[in-house]
Write a protein of this length. Structure first.
Length: 363
């Protein structure tokens, strides 16, 4: 049995910890924040789950499957309906009542016609500009889901499983560097590990590796966004699930229209604007203006709100990093930026599980 230290409790870290424990190791997760789950979680404000921007779960993707397997109670989900998504200055993404346009969309899908506006909108909302035919098809067949419990419900299921297999978790612990088997924390304390899995994001992994005297990771461009999540006591969106402005790279969802069982009254707006050439602050202001024009009077109806200026969604291109480049130092990497067959949260979870399979099982 080896001592495995996982740095970070996002989906990559949770996947790595679960797999390491299943393989018979003694596992500790160190998380720098008070909250677990990284970017894929939400916080309860007066019983209303407020997250880090819109998150859609791929039906029967790795995360959905794992959550179904881990708990007797299936995660409660609701599909985002493509027929209820509007494209600004265009109309419905999937025109259900227009046979001619429906045939055009089917043809565009078959021919992978990326000039077709519905295909562009589907790609944007399904994977935020990353390439994924699976998620595009899933969106158009109503197989991208929102959770009725917020993403903390999914994280909670994994946490319960980790507890059952005896994974030890410490919050408020920031890892600074690794010296041989010794892992040094920001508070000056240290801990011993045979294997370390860095599941703390690309930037932080790089910082820790640099501090440890190891070579930098290659630079990988990422897609970032500003987000606003807000619970309102009003209904500014008339019956739509979402609205997309392709030119502005803005998506606005009404999570409670999609998932009527989500706790709270009124609407739950989750909005995102991709950052191009402006600062996070400017981009956030532009997102607020988009909300002003799409959800008239929203600022007078706020119950709770979370704004994020600049958060990284995922890696921009096809290039990703191999999980085992520091294998000779017994350090492994995990995150959606690691070579992997999936994208977004599925990639994060799967990369963690795969990293844990790169060192031997306990005898
Ligand atoms: C706006 C937005 C929209 C998204 N939409 C979707 C979507 O629709 N569908 C989907 O599947 N995915 C989506 N994603 C992607 C998904 O959230 C991420 O892929 C996933 O959460 C990344 O998990 P991770 O574990 O790699 O990283 P993170 O979630 O960032 O976790 C890293 C953890 O490490 C901790 N940490 C950092 N440094 C240290 C340190 N030195 N010591 C200890 N702990 C440390 C952090 O506090 C954090 O908890 C979206 C992301 C964003 C931001």
């Amino acid at each position: 049995m080896a001592r495995v230290l996982v740095v970070g409790s996002g989906l990559a870290g949770l996947g790595a910890a679960l797999e390491s424990a299943i393989r018979g190791h003694q596992v500790v997760i160190l998380e720098k924040r008070k909250q677990l789950g990284g970017k894929a979680t939400s916080t309860d404000f007066d019983g209303i789950p407020v997250g880090f921007g819109p998150h859609l779960l791929l039906k029967n993707g790795p995360l959905h499957k794992l959550c179904k397997k881990l708990s007797r109670m299936k995660p409660k989900t609701s599909p985002l309906l493509a027929g209820k998504i509007d494209i600004v200055n265009h109309g419905p993404l999937k025109p259900l009542d227009n046979v001619q346009k429906s045939i055009e969309l089917k043809r565009a899908l078959k021919n992978n016609d990326v000039h077709n506006i519905s295909i562009q909108a589907a790609d944007f909302i399904a994977s935020w500009g990353l390439k994924s035919d699976i998620r595009r098809k899933a969106l158009l067949s109503n197989n991208l889901l929102t959770t009725n419990e917020g993403w903390q419900g999914l994280i909670g299921r994994i946490m319960l499983a980790l507890d059952e297999v005896g994974v030890y978790l410490e919050q408020g612990r920031t890892v600074e560097k690794i010296e041989g088997k010794s892992v040094i924390l920001a508070d000056g304390k240290d801990t011993i590990a045979d294997y370390v899995i860095l599941a703390c994001g690309l930037k932080e992994s790089n910082r820790i590796l640099k501090n440890s005297g190891l070579q930098d990771l290659p630079n990988i461009p990422t897609i970032s966004a500003s987000t606003i999540e807000v619970a309102l006591d009003s209904y500014p969106f008339s019956g739509k699930h979402a609205e997309i402005d392709l030119e502005q790279k803005v998506a606005i969802f009404d999570m409670r229209r999609i998932a009527p069982n989500l706790t709270g009254l009124g609407s739950h707006i989750s909005a995102l604007k991709i950052i191009d050439d402006v600062s996070g602050q400017e981009n956030l202001e532009q997102l607020e203006q988009a909300l002003d024009s799409r959800c008239s009077g929203w600022k007078d109806h706020i119950i709770s709100i979370r704004k994020t200026k600049n958060v990284s969604i995922g890696v921009r291109g096809e290039d990703r990093i191999s999980a085992d480049i520091y294998a000779q130092n017994n350090i492994f990497l995990a995150g959606d930026w690691i070579e992997n067959a999936h994208i977004l949260s599925d990639a994060a979870l799967e990369s963690g599980r795969q990293s844990a399979r790169l060192f031997p099982k306990a005898k």
